[in-house]
Ligand binder design. Structure first.
Ligand code: AMP
Ligand code: MG
Length: 484
């Protein structure tokens, strides 16, 4: 225990005890601070100024637990690749909750902080590479304007973790609106005591959906809100070509944030069936499947909430089904509007959907780069080269130009609109891999350079050129690993 210039609370531990276990992180032998996200600390009003470098490192390593803090690991279940399993934080501990200057309650969680009652056969530790990956991708997602958990720090532990090979160990400090997942409700429901699910629901509503407090049928109101929340999140992913890779129900956060960056990656060449994860053999979590999987996961949430619904069971099921079916329309509407914005279109015209899918079909057929194609569209100076000279593309381009004529906004505004939703840079998988490999060898320059390149992903500039080019054939990284 140590004195700290900040206080952490733990309202989560007022919930029924089956939902968590109180315990402290397991100390590590030689912690070294690899990166500390000073800007994020400032943003959330976490004042570490009174702490020496050594104490800060100790805090992010789990060696120092602030006075009065009661850390805990959370229990949850989940459908992993469709199969139900009881899980829980096997290698993570929530240090506590911090109130930001604007009064928002956020979790500070250490990932890789040692064994917990939920570790099963695991060692409770994390390897450096995957923690650096989570840092890069989560901070990039934030810069891209996508709801996400954040990364506050990475500490290398000086200890070895044993996976297929020996790897350097690390701990990531994660900031999240909360760590309540669809799988948390599945776990609560599994207990067979309605009061537990009800307590969790009340807590979730208090923390994330205060507007529902006054509503009558709260489980349904929540489901409806989460349908919109998740449809919105997936639409963002589709916009930038992000593939989560393990959309298990335990990896779907009800804060609406993207969570658990495992084998995730961004798509280079546009192909709807793109999969990076080495364990996703059947393409369950492929790029184009993500909205369907979100809906499938929400059905698991609905099932967990059903016991709370008063009245006839059949009626409740029918109502839940209707709600779940609405996901398709909700998502489609958001997706269409997002794709329109990628083409500089504000008005909604009947022809738009075909215009959009024809472009995507052309991109797929011609193996175009997803990010660069959309960026090129708003900059006619870049509009050169064999690919764009093709008759197919030229025909599509004329149609698009004609469609733009119908807009009330001028071309400059359309271009500005496109520039604000079409990133000029994404953390390309080969660049991420390069940064992780160097980091594992103790060279963190490529890691820091990549993070810097991702700071303002909608701005251009010469310095971004090395990060904008798609991988050469020999550079392509087609598989990513969970690293658990
Ligand atoms: P993830 O793939 O990170 O979402 O993890 C799935 C589940 O496995 C979660 O319950 C994790 O806490 C658990 N887990 C992953 N890696 C480890 C590990 N090294 N030791 C203990 N539990 C782990
Ligand atoms: Mg997980």
């Amino acid at each position: 225990m140590t004195d700290c210039s900040f206080q952490l609370e733990s309202t989560y531990s007022d919930l029924p005890p089956v939902l968590f276990s109180q315990l402290s992180p397991t100390p590590v032998s030689q912690p070294k601070l690899v990166i500390f996200n000073e800007k994020l600390a400032e943003e959330i009003g976490l004042n570490l100024s009174g702490m020496s470098m050594k104490d800060r490192t100790g805090l992010f390593a789990g060696n120092l637990v602030p006075e009065g803090t009661e850390p805990f690991a959370q229990a949850y279940a989940g459908h992993q690749f469709g199969n139900f399993t009881v899980l829980g934080d096997g290698r993570a501990i929530v240090l506590g909750e911090h109130l930001t200057s604007s009064g928002k309650r956020i979790d500070l969680q250490l990932k890789g902080s040692g064994r917990t009652p939920y570790s099963r056969g695991g060692d409770g530790r994390a390897a450096l590479g995957p923690m650096l990956r989570e840092y890069i991708i989560s901070e990039s997602m934030h810069a891209l304007g996508i709801p996400t958990t954040r990364s506050l720090a990475v500490v290398s532990t000086g200890e070895t973790v044993y996976r297929e090979t020996e790897l350097p160990g690390a701990i990531l400090t994660r900031i999240a609106g909360s760590h309540i997942r669809v799988g948390t409700f599945e776990f609560a429901s599994l207990q067979g005591d309605k009061a537990i699910t009800q307590a969790l629901l009340n807590y979730l509503i208090d923390r994330h959906f205060p507007e529902i407090k006054e509503k009558e049928n709260q489980p349904f109101a929540l489901l409806e809100a989460v349908i919109h929340q998740q449809a919105e999140l997936i639409t963002h992913w589709m916009r930038v070509g992000f593939i989560h890779g393990v959309m298990n129900t335990d990896n779907m956060a009800l804060s609406g944030e993207t969570i658990d960056y495992g084998p995730c990656a961004f798509m280079d060449t546009f192909a709807p069936d793109t999969v990076f994860s080495s364990i996703d053999h059947k393409g369950r979590y492929a790029y184009a499947n993500q909205p369907y999987i979100a809906q499938w996961n929400l059905a698991r949430l609905a099932e967990s909430l059903l016991p709370l619904i008063e009245g006839k069971k059949e009626e409740a099921i029918a109502m839940a089904e209707d709600l779940l079916n609405s996901f398709e329309q909700v998502y489609k509407k958001k997706w269409l509007s997002m794709m329109r914005s990628k083409l500089g279109l504000l008005l909604a015209e009947k022809e738009d959907e075909k215009l959009i899918t024809d472009l995507l079909d052309w991109m797929h057929g011609s193996q175009s780069d997803y990010t660069n194609t959309f960026r090129d569209l708003s900059n006619s100076a870049l509009f050169t080269g064999e690919l764009y000279a093709s008759e197919n593309f030229q025909n599509w381009h004329s149609r698009w130009q004609m469609r733009l004529e119908k807009e009330e906004q001028d071309r400059e505004s359309s271009n500005a609109q496109m520039g604000s939703v079409n990133p000029s840079v994404i953390p390309r998988n080969h660049k991420v891999e390069e940064a992780l490999q160097a980091g594992e060898q103790g060279d963190f320059k490529p890691f820091h350079d990549l993070i810097n390149a991702m700071k303002e992903p909608y701005e251009g500039g010469e310095h971004l050129l090395p990060y904008q080019a798609p991988p050469e054939p020999g550079e392509k990284v087609l598989q990513t690993f969970c690293g658990t």
